[in-house]
Design a protein around this ligand. Structure first.
Ligand code: FAD
Length: 374
């Protein structure tokens, strides 16, 4: 039996490792020419750390990453609105591992033999033929397998072939990201600053670097904001607190990554007999909960559990779907709402929001987190 995996991102690589551990022949097809040091940072949270532990691949990631023990939400002057940190009895409700995406990819890839990973292979569609799945690539070549797991991200060609109306939905804000050296002894934990001009996140990651991100409301077609340079971002956030300004000042235009933040409307089907959607291809979410990759890793844990319990593959795919649909729907919907709240620009509503956040008892936040982390 051979399973093809389309997409060599976090979902595809983790899935290949899990299948490899189960002794299932696997091939991974990635559209990029090579895995380069692209991307910025990422936070792997408790639920995904547990899933990595289940798969037995947590050690190198824990060794390489920077542990995050708290996330403080600040207002634009740098005053704390809410500080999420572990109550001593509830340590596993908070915390995560902040790591450069390139480091994470390199570690995941190190668990796989090189000869099952093919770059420069952009899949355009699949077909079923004589009990086999054929994966067609842009270069005209075809791969055959018994099953296909599509892990090709939010713009998945395979998902669009199966569910043509599952196009990404724009959330109304653009995100810029970058990584710089951490020369600030005071930056040891993650912060997210919420102000009337958008949000600004600062996360210390491995190798003494800082990963930062900024989100600004914009229509998809606003020519001015869509073409913001670092200088424009400096001016945009010029009345935010000093660390925001310093972090932008230290960055360079060439390291800036821009994304229109999108998700996909929760789907009611991930399993299509011989084909399964996982990761962002199945349930792309806005990044407001920092859960997209975490959910992709959770997917793989559940899939591994289903296959290792002895079910045939189409039955395992269907059970996977049953176990994942509600959880990822909750993540997509909660994250989208949190993004809308975080991106409020009206000063009166901001003050109301900040007050509500300040007085919300910790147990309410913890109950939300339990739903995410369990
Ligand atoms: C600004 C931002 C911040 C985020 N922060 C976090 C965070 O802190 N924590 C977290 O858990 N998540 C975070 N996420 C979400 C996370 O990045 C995604 O959920 C995660 O990368 C999904 O992994 P994936 O492998 O499913 O998809 P992708 O990472 O998109 O990987 C898909 C892979 O498939 C390849 N591919 C695409 N099309 C094809 C094709 N046709 N044929 C072959 N290969 C193809 C791509 O090149 C890519 O390598 C963030 C997202 C954004 C935008």
């Amino acid at each position: 039996m051979k399973i093809l995996i389309n997409g060599g991102g976090i979902a595809g690589l983790t899935c290949a490792i899990a299948l490899h551990k189960l002794g299932i022949e696997t091939e991974v097809f990635e559209s990029a020419h090579e895995i380069k040091p692209v991307g910025a940072g990422i936070v792997i949270q408790t639920n995904a750390i547990k899933a990595l532990e289940y798969l037995g691949i947590e050690e190198k990631i824990i060794e390489s990453a920077n542990p995050i023990n708290q996330l403080a939400i600040l207002d634009e002057k740098g005053r704390v609105i809410k500080n999420q940190k572990p109550a001593s009895s509830n340590r596993e409700l908070f915390g995560g591992l902040a790591i450069h995406r390139h480091t994470l990819h390199k570690i995941l890839k190190s668990y796989l033999p090189d000869n099952i990973f093919f770059t420069n292979k952009k899949a355009i569609s699949f077909s079923l033929n004589d009990e086999k799945v054929n994966l067609q690539f842009e270069d005209g070549s075809i791969a055959n397998g018994d099953y296909l797991i599509s892990a090709d991200g939010i713009n998945s060609n395979i998902r669009l072939q199966l569910i043509p109306d599952s196009k990404p939905r724009y959330a109304g804000y653009i995100c810029w990201r970058s990584v710089i050296d951490n020369t600030y002894p005071e930056i040891k934990e993650a912060t997210e600053t919420w102000g009337s001009k958008g949000r600004f996140g600062i996360v210390p990651i491995n190798e003494n670097k800082i990963y930062w991100y900024a989100t600004i409301n914009s229509s998809r077609f606003d020519v001015k904001i869509n073409h913001y340079s670092l200088q424009n971002l400096k001016e945009h956030f010029s009345d935010y607190h000093i660390l925001v300004r310093e972090v932008i000042n230290k960055s360079s235009d060439k390291s800036l990554i821009k994304n229109h933040i999108c998700d996909i409307k929760p789907l009611s089907q991930f399993a299509f007999n011989k084909v399964l959607l996982i990761g962002d291809a199945a349930h792309a979410t806005t990044p407001n909960l920092g859960q997209g990759a975490c959910q992709a890793i959770e997917d793989v844990m559940i899939l591994h559990h289903e296959i290792s319990s002895g079910k045939d593959i189409p039955t395992a795919f269907k059970s996977f779907e049953r176990r994942r649909i509600e959880k990822v729907k909750f993540i997509i919907e909660t994250s989208r709402k949190l993004g809308a709240i975080g991106q409020i620009e009206n000063k009166f509503l901001i003050s109301l929001r900040n007050t509500i956040f300040r007085i919300t008892p910790d147990f309410i936040t913890e109950n939300q987190l339990k739903k995410i982390y369990n």
